[in-house]
Design a protein around this ligand. Sequence first.
Ligand code: SAM
Length: 217
Amino acid sequence: MSRITGAREFYGRRFLVDPHALDPRPDTESLIEGALELVERNGWRKRPLELLDLGTGTGCILITLLAELPQATGLGTDISSGALALAAANARRLGVADRTSFIAGDWLEAIAGEFDLILANPPYLAASEIAPLSKEVAEFDPRRALDGGRDGLDAYRRIAARAGQVLAPTGRILVEIGATRAEAVAGILRGAGLRLDEAQGIRPDLAGRPRSVMAGM
Ligand SMILES: C[S@@+](CC[C@H](N)C(=O)[O-])C[C@H]1O[C@@H](n2cnc3c(N)ncnc32)[C@H](O)[C@@H]1O
């Protein structure tokens, strides 16, 4: 339906959608809740936070957080220039364009800086999981938004390998995961020298399934 109307509601806001980007999923709202809980817990709401959203797609994660956190600024990246154009249009429509930049890139390869919060909902389906997907998903979402390589974990490995270089000392990385991959993703982050948060290391969604992993230095 969203492909016909050209828009999708996410965390109470309407985002333009098109074939260049993943149609935002309700599951991903749990990443927003995790990020906002972290901000409250650490007393960061009034701080000028620097956010980085890897694989921004429609921009739904970054733009929502910038709208919720008026002191924050953010950088969104994607390998798809079509997705970046869509995300920039969404940032303008939702009134956060003056605090947002977008650049094309391959995960963290060209990123420099110190970010308080790195967010990512990377492609996390294994090759064998893509073929049987419903027609709706397989036909409308771009393959590079879904395909996580042989075991679905390629993007996590790439991101984890460089995350420590761009995290502020008190910064956190928060990644969405497929429900069966919590331990695997936690292991990748630990293997890259990051520490899982005690309270929020592996976070469940509203249905009680593991949905995101948070770690820091
Ligand atoms: C699962 S989608 C998530 C989109 C959006 N963040 C969301 O949550 O709805 C993954 C995104 O990662 C992007 N992507 C895939 N490979 C990438 C790479 N090597 N570097 C940067 N972004 C990439 C895709 O183009 C896609 O927009």
